[in-house]
Structures are given as C-alpha cells and as structure tokens.
Design a protein around this ligand. Sequence first.
Ligand code: PRP
Length: 216
Amino acid sequence: MSTKLIMAVPKGRILDELMPILAEIGITPEKAFSDNSSRKLRFATNHDGLDLIRVRAFDVATFVAHGAAQIGIVGSDVLEEFDYMELFAPLDLDIGHCRLSLACPEKMPDDLPTASHIRVSTKYPKLTQRFCTEKGVQAECIKLNGAMEIAPSLHLTDYIVDLVSSGKTLKENGLKEIDTILSVSSKFIVNRSASKTRYRDLKTWLDKFKALERNG
Ligand code: PRP
C-alpha cells in the first residue's frame, strides 16, 4: 500500500486564487474543506493518493521542508524569509501577487534616515535586516504575526515591513509605502528528498500545474 501524498496549502487570500486552479487540474477536496464551521485540518480529495492540509502560510514551508508534507503552495515572501535548503520551488503559479514593503506614517519623511537605527514591526525579520543593512541603516525588529499596521499609531515602532496588495490596509491606518523590498507571487514547492523517493507521484502533480501554465 502506498502512502498518501500530502499537499500543504495556505489559509487566506492565496487559497481563494488557488481553488479554481485545483478544480482545473481535477482536485476536489472533501466537503469539510469549504465548510467554515469545520475544524478539520487535513482533508481527503477525490484522489485516493492525495490529501490536503490547510495551514498558515509560514507553516506551509515548515511542513514541506521537514517532509511532513511532500508538496505545497506558498508565497515567495515565505521562501525568501526562511531560505530552507530542504525544499525547492520548481514552478511560479502566477497567483498571490503582492509586494513586501517598508512603510511608515504618512507624516514622516519618504527616505530612511541614513547611518541610523530604526525600529520595525514585522513578520519578516531576516528580509528586513538584509534590506536595511543594504541601505546602511541598522534595524531592530519587533516580531509580530499580524496587524502590523497598528504598530506605528501605538508607538511600538515607526516603521513596518509587511505585504501590500491593494494598499487599503496601509491607507486606512495612516501609513505610506516608502520602499519595495520584494515582489511576491505564489510557488509550487517540493520537499527535496521526497522529489527523489516519490519522484513519479510528485512529477504527476507538478506536470498538471505546469500544463495549466501553458494553457493559461
Ligand atoms: C495582508 C497583509 C496586510 C494586508 C495588505 O493581511 O498582512 O495586512 O493583507 O492588503 P491590502 O494592501 O490589500 O490592504 P491579511 O489580510 O492577508 O491577513 P493577515 O494579517 O492574517 O496576514
């Protein structure tokens, strides 16, 4: 009996764009997947050999890197922040487009104060440090997991680094973008060792996603 392949998918906005893609390549999750009252985290699909798990975006990379899931869908922001050696991203799915940006209150200057020290609220300390170091600025990062945009008005930090899509969240919280750190899109990711031990299974799914790219 062969073990099921696990595909990790992220909660939230990427999932809204991913669902039609899954449908197009013939993956139908069990009903509980789209039932908001369900507390299940692992879901069967119409394919006996494939289950889905739905987890936070950052955790998609962790599950796949450790081989708990063999494949997954995740934003390039997460891949760049973690830089896991145990996974690779053979395909850009052309969904989940947004950017990782540095932002601050509207009334502050548009440029970072050079040769100085700033405090930044972010879920991305590594990318933030790297970006600020390149700009000659020392960054002290305060790690938050969400709602970064509230931090400046409460004087936690003047700056934030977070994902920006429409810009609505920044605007409604009195903030402005001052620099783009990374252009983000979602990738199909694969656990490196599973790509050898389960080559055929993984290739089947990768080829389906790839075919979609050509047809689209
Ligand atoms: C993301 C991101 C921003 C917001 C940006 O949060 O962290 O807060 O979207 O989108 P906008 O530019 O279109 O306003 P999300 O709502 O996905 O939830 P999260 O805070 O749980 O990450």
